[in-house]
Each structure stands twice: as structure tokens, then as C-alpha cells.
Design a protein around this ligand. Structure first.
Ligand code: BES
Ligand code: MN
Ligand code: ZN
Length: 496
């Protein structure tokens, strides 16, 4: 998709399709009013006759509207003007893009980016517009033998802004939105790949491909190197599988000075639970247990594409959790890279095991901060559902910055407590700690476990178990929290 920006009157726009919004009930948006005036009232007549009430999700496609230079005008219902907020804006863009893509128009001009959305500026609207457009057109069809292709897909999308002096800021924002959308779609593609096609070695191959495309530095540690480092927590998870583990380290060196931001992703390419085997229902969804890793790769690709002036290191702890003969038994005790011993009471709490060694490894980069991203606990889904990711951290300013980035990306997170009262449940009679804390506050105690390996630096943890993918009819990876992470890094680069 090719994006551009323009200012000027919608009725004078030469384009295969102009998209304009209508609020409920029957209220033309400003760009729609301009088209209406030029056409001698064609739109107001349509609205009066009841063909477009302005209900969110509705559309009306008009051909040959007099007085306009566009082949088509697509009216999109926006819902009530007072309720036209971030989510409604995104949904209107998605509806418009989906509809235009099916009409046969190669290019379109979108006037929805001129409409005010609460406290957000034109940059926000254009950034969101580009990202949502790309996310809307994404399909996972590479494993289908027959692909249902659109005959004349949308190729070029122009966002209009209401004033000329908005063209500059909007151009930067469109590049950011494009990078976010592509990063999200990369994360979705990797997440959607099944466990047989996305092993730890495959993930390393994907990272190597990304490194080649964007000239990122990469290092992939295999079993012997992991043994040398004493990463027995990571190794213990991989032992039940025929697939060997990988620790993948990628670096986008956008700044030569200053400490790096380190992103650590959970990359369990399939989580069967191990000897503490999961029940069968929906077990296929545990192919999504590498969505943290996928988000790290999507974020790095966006940073590289934008040439963001920040030093970002991605670390991916990749392994498959299977119940083979070498698998850990409940009760096994291992010693992590940090020297702390862990009693594995439940082999299904494997995410924290691979992450704890990756967090220890992160310290060697003398990081400005470390953010780990993990589909860590079913308990987080119970706590926050599929709306917000769980946010934890040992530094208030970092937690605040991440929450803010999530809000402006519309990729929201909510802070959870890490009080040491919760640490008690990790007590073990046989080792420094157990790898589970019991049923209460399961997402919190998992974060408490990780916190013991992140004491040397500022650290935050995102539990994305409820937000990384959708179940049911729309089953598939969402690409979250790539938008949050890219906003966070743009913000740090002082470029927003
Ligand atoms: N990958 C799962 C967490 C998960 C479960 C995410 C369901 C999304 C949906 C993780 O490895 C896991 O199995 N966690 C256990 C921890 C428990 C054994 C303490 C869980 O949440 O049940
Ligand atoms: Mn598990
Ligand atoms: Zn898992």
C-alpha cells in the first residue's frame, strides 16, 4: 500500500473514491457537506430519503456524484458525534478501507482524518489511519491452496488534512503509522504460523532474515553456548522437545551513544504444558505462546524502517514445551543463570523459566531499561480480559511512560501491583523459590518471580496473555503490543 497526504477540497479531488463520514442521525461531516454543496445537495437528499442514517459500521457507495472529480463517493456511518472517540475512529477507518478494497477502486482519498477525535491531533489521526488501514487488509492465507484474491485491490490511500500547515506533521505521522502497521502484521504472521512451521530454529531464521533486510546486528545462541552461560532454566524447558532452543539477540543501533532499551520476548513456539500437560480444549492456541517474541521482531522492524535514533536490543528466549522423555518432572530443581535455584512444581509455568535466564542475560548490555513481553498467565486473562495487557515494573517513571504509550497507541495496558507481600507464595522447601505461587493472583506472582531476575536495572513486564490473539471465529494473532512499544520508542527518541 502506498500512502500520501493532501490538503484541499474533497470535491476537487481526482480519485477513484472519496471517503466521507456521516454522523448519526443523518448529519454530514464537514468534508461531506462540501461534497454535498458542490453536487447540488445529492448527499443531503440521500440522507433525507433514509439511505444513510450515520450508524457506525454502515456504508453507502455513490457513483457519478455531480460536481465532484472522483469516480465514487463512499459515505461511512460514524455513530453519534459526541461518541466519536478513538475506538470509533479506528473502526470507521477499518470499515472504509475494507469497503473500498472491495469496490474495485485502486486508489482512494480518506477525509475521515480531518475529523476531530477528543484530545488527539492530526498526527494521531493520520498515524492511526495508516496503521489501521494496513491491519485491516492483512490476511493469513499462505497455507491455503486456494486464495480468495480481490480482483482490483486498493493500492493507494491518501489521507486528507484540513490545513496546509498540517501537511508536514502528517507526513511524518504517516511513516510512523506505516511502520507500526507493517510491524503489527509481521508479528501477526509469525504468531499465526503453526508450531510445526515456527520452531525455535525457524524463529531464529526469521530474525536472521529481518537482520539482513534492515542491516541489524544478530547473534543466535544454540545449546552449547546456553550451557556455557548456565542457562539451565531455559534449557530445562527445551529438554522435553525434539526442537532445540535458541536465544536470539538482535540490535538496532539507531544511536551510538546512550544506554540501550532491551526488549525481551517469550518465544515458546508451542506450549503443551509439558509433563503438567494442558487439557485438550483449545490447546492449538498455544502456538500463540511466542507472540511476545513476535512483538519484539515486529517492533525492531518498525524501528529499523523509521531509522529511529534509539539503541534497541531484542532478546528472544525460544523453546518448545513438550512432555518428552527428557522433560522436567514436577519437583525437579534447577539452577538458573543468576545462580538462584528453582523448584519446578508445574512444568506448565515454563514462560517464567525461559524469561528468567533471558533477563539475567540482558544485564550485560547495561540497559537504560528492560521491557519483557510474554503470554505469561491465564490468570491475567481472568483479571483484565482481552482489552488491556497487564503492566508491572520496578520503576514508577518507566511504568508511567509505558502506560502513556499504550494509551496513545490505543494498545492499552493497566498497572498491577508487585508488592513484596505477594513474593511469599513463591517459597519452596527445597530451593530458593518455586516456579508457581498457587491460584490467587496468578499473574502477579508470575511477575514477582520475574522481578527476582531483574533487580539490576529498570524493568517492566507486559503480560499479554489476553491481548496477543483472538479466539473463536476471528482466531488469529493481533500483533499487540507492537503499537505500544513503537510509540514508547518514538517517544524516547524525542521524535513524536
Ligand atoms: N502460556 C501459558 C499462559 C496462557 C494460558 C496464556 C492460557 C493464554 C491463555 C503459560 O505458559 C501457562 O501455562 N501458565 C500457567 C501458569 C500456572 C501453571 C501457574 C497458567 O496460566 O495456567
Ligand atoms: Mn505453560
Ligand atoms: Zn506458556
Amino acid at each position: 500500500m502506498q500512502f500520501s497526504i493532501k490538503s484541499g477540497r474533497p470535491e476537487k479531488t481526482r480519485s477513484a473514491c472519496v471517503v466521507a463520514g456521516v454522523f448519526e442521525p443523518r448529519k454530514l461531516s464537514l468534508p461531506a457537506q462540501l461534497i454535498d454543496a458542490a453536487s447540488g445537495g445529492a448527499l443531503s437528499e440521500l440522507v433525507r430519503r433514509g439511505d444513510m442514517e450515520g450508524k457506525a459500521g454502515s456504508t453507502a457507495l455513490l457513483h457519478h456524484v455531480p460536481g465532484t472529480l472522483a469516480d465514487r463517493v463512499l459515505l461511512v456511518g460514524l455513530g453519534k458525534e459526541r461518541e466519536f472517540h478513538e475506538r470509533q475512529f479506528r473502526e470507521a477507518i477499518a470499515t472504509a478501507v475494507r469497503t473500498v478494497n472491495e469496490t474495485g477502486a485502486f486508489d482512494a482519498t480518506m477525509t475521515l482524518t480531518e475529523l476531530p477525535v477528543r484530545r488527539n491531533d492530526v498526527r494521531w489521526r493520520v498515524r492511526q489511519g495508516a496503521a489501521v488501514a494496513l491491519e485491516t487488509l492483512y490476511r493469513f492465507d499462505r497455507l491455503k491452496s486456494k486464495k480468495d484474491e480481490v480482483r482490483r485491490p486498493l493500492r493507494k490511500l491518501t489521507f486528507s488534512v484540513s490545513r496546509r500547515n498540517e501537511l508536514g506533521p502528517a507526513a511524518e505521522a504517516v511513516a510512523q503509522g506505516e511502520a507500526i502497521g507493517e510491524g503489527v502484521n509481521l508479528a501477526r504472521e509469525l504468531g499465526n504460523l503453526p508450531g510445526n512451521l515456527c520452531t525455535p530454529a525457524d524463529l531464529a531464521g526469521q530474525a536472521a532474515g529481518l537482520a539482513r533486510t534492515h542491516r541489524l546486528a544478530i547473534e543466535v545462541l544454540e545449546r552449547p553456548a546456553l550451557q556455557k552461560l548456565g542457562m539451565n532454566a531455559l534449557l530445562s524447558v527445551a529438554r522435553g522437545s525434539h526442537q532445540p532452543p535458541r536465544l536470539i539477540v538482535l540490535r538496532h543501533r539507531g544511536a551510538k551513544t546512550g544506554k540501550p532499551v532491551v526488549l525481551v520476548g517469550k518465544g515458546i513456539t508451542f506450549d503443551s504444558g509439558g509433563i503438567s500437560l494442558k487439557p485438550g480444549a483449545e490447546m492449538d492456541e498455544m502456538k500463540f505462546d511466542m507472540c511476545g517474541a513476535a512483538a519484539v521482531l515486529g517492533t525492531l522492524s518498525a524501528c529499523a524502517r523509521l531509522k529511529l535514533p534509539v539503541d534497541v536490543i531484542g532478546i528472544i528466549a525460544a523453546a518448545e514445551n513438550m512432555p518428552g522423555g527428557g522433560a522436567s518432572r514436577p519437583g525437579d530443581v534447577i539452577t538458573s543463570m543468576s545462580g538462584q535455584s528453582i523448584e519446578i512444581l508445574n512444568t506448565d509455568a515454563e514462560g517464567r523459566l525461559v524469561l528468567c535466564d533471558a533477563l539475567s542475560y540482558a544485564a550485560r548490555f547495561d540497559p537504560a531499561c528492560v521491557v519483557d513481553i510474554a503470554t505469561l498467565t491465564g490468570a491475567c486473562v481472568i483479571a483484565l480480559g482481552h482489552v488491556a495487557s497487564g503492566l508491572y515494573g520496578n520503576d514508577d517513571a518507566l511504568v508511567r511512560d509505558i502506560q502513556r504509550a499504550g494509551a496513545s497507541a490505543f494498545d492499552r495496558v493497566w498497572p498491577m501491583p508487585l508488592w513484596d507481600d505477594y513474593q511469599e507464595s513463591l517459597k519452596s522447601n527445597f530451593a530458593d523459590m518455586a516456579n508457581i505461587g498457587g491460584r490467587p493472583a496468578g499473574s502477579v506472582t508470575a511477575a514477582c518471580f520475574l522481578s527476582r531476575f531483574a533487580q539490576k536495572y529498570r524493568w517492566a513486564h507486559l503480560d499479554i496473555a489476553g491481548t496477543a490473539w483472538k479466539s473463536g471465529k476471528e482466531k488469529g494473532a493481533t500483533g499487540r503490543p507492537v503499537p505500544l512499544l513503537v510509540h514508547f520508542l518514538i517517544e524516547r527518541a524525542g521524535k513524536s
